[in-house]
Design a protein around this ligand. Structure first.
Ligand code: AMP
Length: 401
């Protein structure tokens, strides 16, 4: 099935509702990473060139009980305005009179950002009435929030029932690249999966062992695999209640000729803290009073050796607690190596996931990867082979299907 593309629609002088993902990371009250904003710019530029009036909507964080100033998007218009080099106003509600008036005031080429969609419970419930209230604001709906398209929310799914719709340029780029690089990957193929827990990536791991030649594990999740092999992991982050699932992944890997690569040595400390005194230990002998916070130097060399053989790599999740030094060493070393091999043309590399991209940016390596997806959950679900509700909603002949 084909999805509808915004560039096939007549958008001239139209009021276009654009669903973006402006759920940007904040540190000390300021945006700490502009990736999501910057990667929407081509779509914004395209729409402005069409002299469209642009109504941007997004979620931000996870407000639980309606309006909560801590999750307001009101800080963002000035940031958008400078990154997009365009006039951006703000509507303090995403539906109703406030939103309608703000939209009415727009001139051709101007942008209004609506307040956080999740201040209304109808958003996450994919509620039709809420979707209709959003749809009332414009003539055409464009989804360019790939990273939110794994969720059947009103601004992603239900709204397409009420307006002509199309995919923005970022979604098109994401889908094109993921299909090209991972649809029929050049082998051998490795997946590097790190991060905190197995429980959040269970179906990904189950799916990957059927697809890749090497599953390289790091981060907290590797601890549960070590425990499954009977190795005590001291004070480390571990999920003993996931041992049955872990053993099942190990068995499925065997059945599918996928080698699971675990850390050989690990960097440990007594507490999860920056610059905590640390020491390197064989992964088979983790001291009782310490916790694993990164992979060790031998593990890095081992992974590099394996990757010498590989032609395609996908990466999700850091190898260690990369936010605190020196437990970023494993992630940084591997990121640099993958970037280098990619630059040499020896490897196609794809990474995705908010933390992953932040981790790779620690060494400025991401620019040399073949493709960086803006998405975390959506990237993982795409990899799992799932149909993303937000993409299904953009299919041209979905009514006929
Ligand atoms: P995820 O969102 O699942 O990709 O997990 C990312 C988080 O995993 C980061 O915040 C890391 O600090 C954390 N992490 C990675 N390795 C470890 C580890 N060995 N122990 C504790 N946390 C870890």
């Amino acid at each position: 099935m084909q999805y509808s593309k915004m560039n096939d629609l007549d958008l001239a002088h139209k009021t276009v509702i654009l669903r973006g993902d402006l759920n940007v990371p904040i540190q000390n009250g300021a945006v700490s990473d502009f990736t999501r904003i910057d990667r929407l710019k081509p779509t914004i530029d395209y729409l402005r060139a069409q002299k469209a009036r642009i109504v941007v909507m997004s979620h931000f964080g996870r407000p639980k009980n309606g309006v909560d100033p801590a999750f307001s998007l009101s800080f963002l218009p000035s940031v958008l305005s400078s990154r997009w080099d365009a006039p951006v106003s703000f509507a303090s509600d995403c539906i109703g009179a406030e939103a309608e008036e703000a939209v009415k005031a727009l001139q051709d080429g101007e942008i209004v950002l609506l307040e956080n969609l999740r201040f209304h419970s109808g958003e996450e419930k994919n509620n039709s009435a809420f979707a209709q209230s959003l749809a009332k604001l414009g003539d055409v709906y464009i989804n360019d929030a790939f990273s939110a398209s794994h969720r059947a929310h009103a601004s992603i799914a239900a709204i397409t029932e009420y307006l002509p719709f199309g995919a923005g340029l970022l979604i098109q780029e994401e889908l094109d690249n993921l299909h090209m690089l991972l649809g029929t990957p050049v082998r051998p193929m490795a997946a590097v999966v790190g991060g905190a827990k197995i429980s959040t990536k269970l179906s990904l791991l189950n799916n990957l062992v059927k697809k890749v030649d090497y599953l390289i594990l790091g981060g907290g999740m590797a601890n549960t695999f070590l425990l499954a092999k009977g190795i005590p992991v001291g004070k480390s982050l571990v999920e003993p209640d996931m041992l049955a699932e872990t053993n099942q992944i190990i068995a499925s890997a065997k059945d599918n000729d996928c080698q699971i690569i675990l850390p050989i040595d690990v960097s440990c400390a007594a507490e999860f803290a920056a610059n905590a005194p640390h020491s390197i230990h064989p992964a088979a002998v983790i001291p009782d009073d310490l916790m694993v916070l990164d992979v060790g130097p031998e593990s890095i060399e081992n992974v590099k050796e394996i990757l010498q053989d590989c032609k395609t790599i996908i990466w999700n999740g850091p190898m260690g607690a990369f936010e605190i030094q020196p437990f970023d060493i494993g992630t940084n070393a591997l990121a640099k190596y993958v970037a280098e091999k990619t630059k040499q043309g020896a490897l196609k590399s794809v990474a995705g996931g908010g933390d992953t991209v932040a981790a790779l940016d620690g060494t400025n390596s991401s620019k040399d990867f073949t493709y960086i997806s803006t998405a975390g959950g959506a990237f993982l679900e795409w990899l799992e082979g799932k149909t993303l509700p937000g993409i299904a909603a953009l299919m041209i002949d979905k009514k006929a299907a």
